[in-house]
Design a binder for this molecule. Structure first.
Ligand code: ADP
Ligand code: MG
Length: 265
């Protein structure tokens, strides 16, 4: 039995105004083992966020089931921390209070919240910024707070939806390195959504490639490259070429499908 299991997931969205149905995901099955760092790679609109949101418990499959430790996911839970593209911090709360926000909701006292937050603030290299307010942080620092907040929820399972997409190239590289360190330190299981081939190959122990909408699994590759990943190495570039070829072929198929004339009788 795998740690996280997605079984034959189909997801449709209804547009009540236009009276149409969008098939977003078409029969996806995927199993994640503990300590895997799985990157979900695919073009915009292929259903990556929808799939991740189902593991987070924000969305439900139309057909199929999502399970963690063999239990069906029925909503968001304290066993899964989520990191979004935008950290969505509370601007009126200092860093430490943002990190421990879930404990505040549970009514945990100030001293205990501060203590619980500190190790994760240290883990994301924000030591010394505990009392800063979000308005005084750079984009990268704000996202570090978002990661620390997810770690405090539960460092064992981290779900991330293009968390570095809005950051500048240099900050992105630093954060990718730090995330790998965090993953190793906490033995986390990470499901990380990205549309960047480089990012998927820098981070993942596994890269799952999705098709264009409706999303299916196109390919699933184990990445055995040593860490830290050397983006200039032959092995890295061979893999990159392979993944790019798969994605180009997929784009071509999607384009052809759009061009195929529909026959009316
Ligand atoms: N709440 C929703 N209502 C209607 N359609 C949606 C909703 N969420 C996503 N979709 C549609 O489902 C498809 C997949 O979306 P999404 O999972 O956000 O893709 P990705 O994250 O890969 O860019 C898209 O066509 C999108 O428009
Ligand atoms: Mg998305």
């Amino acid at each position: 039995m795998s740690f996280i299991q997605l079984n034959n997931i189909v997801k449709t969205f209804n547009d009540s105004q236009r009276q149409t149905e969008t098939l977003a995901i078409d029969d996806i099955s995927l199993s994640l083992e503990k300590k895997e760092f799985a990157c979900l790679l695919g073009p915009s609109g292929c259903g990556k966020s929808t799939l991740l949101n189902m593991v987070a418990g924000f969305e439900y499959p139309t057909l199929g089931s999502v399970k963690i430790e063999n239990k069906v996911i029925t909503g968001p839970g304290a066993d899964r921390g989520m990191v979004f593209q935008q950290p969505n911090l509370m601007p009126w709360l200092p860093v430490w209070d943002n990190v421990a926000f879930s404990l505040k909701l549970q009514g945990v006292g100030r001293k205990q919240r501060q203590d619980a937050a500190q190790q994760y603030i240290d883990a994301v290299n924000l030591t010394g910024f505990e009392q800063h307010f979000p308005g005084a942080l750079s984009g990268g620092m704000a996202q570090r707070v978002g990661i620390a907040r997810a770690l405090l929820q539960n460092p064992a399972v981290i779900l991330m939806d293009e968390p570095f997409a809005a950051l500048d190239a240099q900050t992105k590289l630093e954060m990718q390195e730090e995330l790998v360190t965090i993953w190793q330190k906490y033995n986390s299981t990470i499901l990380f959504v990205t549309h960047s081939v480089d990012e998927a190959l820098i981070l993942g122990s596994r890269v799952v490639i999705m098709t264009h909408r409706p999303g299916k699994i196109r390919d699933d590759i184990k990445i055995d490259l040593e860490r830290p990943r050397d983006v200039t190495s032959n092995q890295f570039n061979e893999l990159k070429r392979y993944v790019l070829d798969v994605i180009r072929e997929e784009a071509k198929l999607a384009h052809e499908a759009q061009q195929t004339p529909t026959i009316s009788h």
